[in-house]
Design a protein around this ligand. Structure first.
Ligand SMILES: Cc1cc2nc3c(=O)[nH]c(=O)nc-3n(C[C@H](O)[C@H](O)[C@H](O)COP(=O)(O)OP(=O)(O)OC[C@H]3O[C@@H](n4cnc5c(N)ncnc54)[C@H](O)[C@@H]3O)c2cc1C
Length: 447
């Protein structure tokens, strides 16, 4: 088949590689000058930074992790790191997840968190139903102490909204429930492991996270057309046309709100649903510092409080690979979410650096480089209407003959490893189409 893939991020390039290996003619149309999307990295002098905030290589699926590492040059091309993440909680560094660090808070806060957790545990055992909104979910799952001391301030900072307007559905599979025993152990100072599957991770030795995409494109056997925005897509009988060129199959990975206007066949109601799927944007501040001594061996930290500046998460990026910063220097990525309104200027950059200084992460006078990069689509706005709305959109695509996937191509809260896993699934689906020879394409029904 002659297949068009819209968007050259990790989703589009992975699928292209898989389909090209089956002998299909695959064309990837990418708007930007180079592929990578949210996985892109950039250089300032001898510093390398990831554009969309801190990215790491890891996967619960062994085959996917192996695929990622292979694309980055195997073990010699990657650095294996122990995860060391903390929360900057007022004057102290507390282990992450917060439940695991509960014994490191003030005594009063530890008691409030543990008693609230036990109370919430009992209420659930007595049959208290899972609330539909995120704010109530936090107390239902974690109790009032954890809510007040971390979960609510941190989540308000990242999501930039009243948490009661967010759905609880998205957290269900993402936030593992800490056994009550672990909380009690942590409270009296016995260390517990936390999220086991992320306790180690990998990172490309050179070139930043973008190396994953470069290794996916290299020798991929497909036609990557950069600087080629998709402007017009339509069905033409059993065929498709993209920017006027005929294709047997079209697979989209471009954020839906950016591609919707180009696809002629989308019904008005679905179009309205797509326009209402608002992404949350993220400004990533890339900071280079001169160091008198090495940075502490941290991976990333969470900043829940307003006096720490607008940043919600900081990656100790030069700790990921020695190649990320020149000798005698270090680097950070400071992530600040927004809802489309933020226009950084020098004063705002100073407020980011000042917040990190107050939080004890760096000293202002060490900073020799502070640049920023806006990412229009970074997180999904999980409002109360989201599930129903995205359900209608996915359903239309899955029955239309088009296939759509990717973090914003399907509005799934996927990391790159899950995008790769989805690409493997779409690959199998296309194999089934090719084998059946049926022009009325079977429905795409991902797991
Ligand atoms: C803050 C943050 C931290 C993250 N951390 C991690 C992590 O630690 N590990 C991990 O694995 N993942 C992480 N992720 C997730 C990861 O970045 C995404 O899952 C992945 O990059 C999504 O890839 P994609 O190809 O689906 O979409 P995108 O990367 O969004 O690709 C879509 C592509 O479509 C192109 N495009 C747009 N409009 C057009 C058009 N009209 N025509 C043609 N092309 C167009 C874009 O230029 C882009 O290249 C993180 C994401 C964020 C925001």
């Amino acid at each position: 088949m002659k297949i068009a893939i819209l968007g050259g991020g990790i989703s589009g390039t992975t699928l292209a590689r898989l389909l090209a290996a089956d002998g299909h003619r695959v064309v990837v149309l990418e708007r930007d000058a180079r592929p990578g999307g949210l996985c892109k990295s950039r250089k300032y002098g001898d510093f390398t930074f990831d554009e969309a905030g801190g990215h790491i290589l890891f996967s619960k699926r062994k085959d996917v992790l192996q695929w990622q590492i292979e694309r980055c040059g195997g073990e010699p091309g990657t650095v294996r790191k122990e995860r060391n993440t903390k929360i900057r909680w007022h004057d102290r560094w507390v282990d992450y997840p917060f439940e695991n660090g509960v014994g490191q808070l003030t005594k009063e806060a530890t008691v409030e968190c543990v008693s609230g957790y036990v109370e919430a545990h009992v209420q659930r055992r007595l049959g208290l139903q899972c609330p539909s909104n995120f704010l109530d979910w936090i107390t239902w799952r974690m109790g009032e102490g954890f809510a007040r001391h971390f979960m609510v301030p941190y989540n308000e900072k990242i999501w930039k909204c009243d948490l009661s307007t967010m759905s609880s559905g998205w957290v269900a599979g993402r936030v593992p429930e800490a056994p009550i025993n672990d909380i009690l152990k942590a409270a009296v100072g016995v260390s517990t492991e936390g999220y086991g599957h992320q306790s180690v991770f990998w990172f490309p030795k050179q070139g930043g996270f973008e190396s994953l995409v470069i290794g996916t494109v290299r020798g991929g056997g497909f036609d990557l057309q950069c600087g080629t925005a998709v402007c017009e897509v339509r069905k033409d009988g059993d065929q498709f046309r993209v920017n006027g060129e005929p294709f047997d199959l079209v697979i989209n990975t471009v954020p839906l709100q950016q591609i919707e206007g180009t696809i002629a066949d989308i019904p008005d109601q679905i179009r309205a649903d797509i326009r209402a799927l608002k992404p949350i944007s993220l400004i990533n501040v890339m900071i280079g510092v001169k160091l008198a001594e090495p940075l502490p061996p941290l991976s990333w930290i969470y900043l829940p409080f307003a006096d720490q500046g607008p940043t919600n998460r900081v990656t100790y990026y030069s700790n990921y690979s020695p190649d990320n910063a020149p000798a005698g220097h270090g680097s950070f990525l400071a992530e600040v979410t927004h809802r489309g309104e933020l226009r950084p200027d020098a004063e705002w950059l100073r407020s980011v650096v000042g917040g990190l200084d107050r939080a004890g992460i760096l000293r202002k006078e060490q900073v020799m480089l502070a640049e920023w990069c806006n990412n229009a689509s970074a997180y999904i706005d999980q409002n109360l209407d989201f599930e129903a709305r995205v359900g209608r959109v996915r359903n239309w695509f899955d029955h239309s003959g088009y296939i759509t996937f990717g973090r914003f191509g399907r509005y799934e809260y996927h990391n790159s490893d899950q995008c790769i896993a989805r690409a493997m699934e779409v690959h199998q689906h296309v194999r089934a189409i090719a084998a059946s020879g049926d022009p009325a394409r079977p429905q795409f029904s991902p797991s």
